[in-house]
Design a protein around this ligand. Structure first.
Ligand code: UTP
Length: 324
């Protein structure tokens, strides 16, 4: 079945059903997308981004611990009544912001069999029109434009569009990597092949796929038969690869190169960086935080040298968490 040409994208799909094992134990009872970045859960930044790009219809593909997510976007009657009685309109508006933000729908993934499997769960809700996918733990700084540009490219070329970020080769094994060809637009490339999490030596380039996609419904037909790939998971990258090398009528795959600020809040180190980078620019917290941060950073070498000189405690130390 062909896609209506120029059909405007109105729906965003946000998969939030991953296990978030890199963030254990915080994610034992809480989806990683609910972890706060300053004072706002990561997922709220992502839903806000979709709405700002004109996508008011949002489908969350949820897994276990979905209650925290649903509650966040639902009314909080008792809390609202309490703040109303106190006349605290500022906090009240913060509570209500997420409730009024978008038209949010939910579907369950069941077993977390991979990102491709999560996207396939959106088939019925989306229908046979193009749609956007935003990863719920990937934040694009609201001062930088990505999704709006991707939607524009999708509209002009009636094609599949993914977001690409240039990363050092030493990090490409953490991403899907794209083989690319230039186009007549400086920030747009044609993708001729994709590999999920390649070793640096096998990577076709250092253009990494990040968590924004504008897809055509043909992706569902491909995902129906996509077999588990890297990590035993049904990979969206593998389905996109099939599209990239497949018949012309399913549309080709293009990449929009993003050069702005992006925060991967599912990774512990990036999560810490995202909080610092967002907090320093906040009007309310920024001035005091910046002053403290400057002082802290100035003292840092001294502290580290002093700590290195201390004898290693033999008992009573807290075991460091196991990393991935
Ligand atoms: P990740 O690979 O970053 O999520 O998936 P993960 O598996 O939860 O992470 P770790 O490695 O165990 O810490 C990227 C996005 O896809 C969603 C995740 O919630 C995240 O937003 N996802 C992943 C699903 O919804 N379902 C899946 O089966 C896998």
């Amino acid at each position: 079945m062909s896609v209506p040409i120029g059909h405007p994208v109105t729906k965003a799909v946000i998969p939030v059903a991953g296990l978030g094992t890199r963030f254990l134990p915080a994610t034992k009872a809480l989806p990683k997308e609910m972890l706060p970045v300053v004072d706002t859960p990561a997922i709220q930044y992502v839903v806000h981004e979709a709405v700002e790009a004109g996508l008011q219809d949002v489908l969350l593909v949820t897994g276990r611990n979905k209650n925290a997510l649903e509650n966040h976007f639902d009314r909080a009657t008792e809390l609202e009544q309490m703040l109303e009685a106190k006349g605290d309109t500022e906090k009240l508006s913060r509570v209500r912001f997420s409730t009024d933000l978008a038209d949010i729908h939910y579907t369950r993934q069941g077993d977390p069999k991979g990102l491709g499997h999560a996207v396939l769960r959106a088939k019925r809700h989306v229908g046979r029109v193009p749609f956007a996918v935003l990863l719920g733990d990937d934040i694009i700084d609201e001062r930088d434009i990505l999704l709006a540009r991707m939607l524009e490219v999708q509209r002009e070329r009636n094609t599949t569009v993914v977001a690409l970020l240039e990363v050092p080769y030493s990090q490409i094994h953490l991403y899907g990597a794209a083989a690319v060809e230039g186009t007549d637009e400086e920030d747009v490339v044609r993708i001729t092949g994709l590999v999920e999490k390649p070793d640096a030596a096998e990577a076709p380039s250092n253009y990494a796929i990040i968590g924004r996609y504008v897809l055509r419904p043909e992706i569902f037909d491909i995902l129906e038969h996509t077999r588990p790939g890297k990590g035993g998971e049904i990979q969206l990258t593998d389905a996109l690869q099939e599209l990239a090398v497949g018949p012309e009528e399913n549309g080709k795959v293009y990449g929009v190169i993003f050069r702005g600020r992006r925060y991967d809040t599912g990774d512990r180190l990036d999560y810490l960086k995202s909080i610092v980078r967002i907090a320093v620019d906040r009007e309310d917290l920024g001035p005091e935080f910046r002053t403290w941060l400057r002082e802290f950073a100035a003292e840092l070498p001294e502290r580290l040298v002093a700590a290195d000189a201390l004898p290693v405690p033999s008992t009573g130390s807290i075991p460091s968490p196991v990393s991935k």
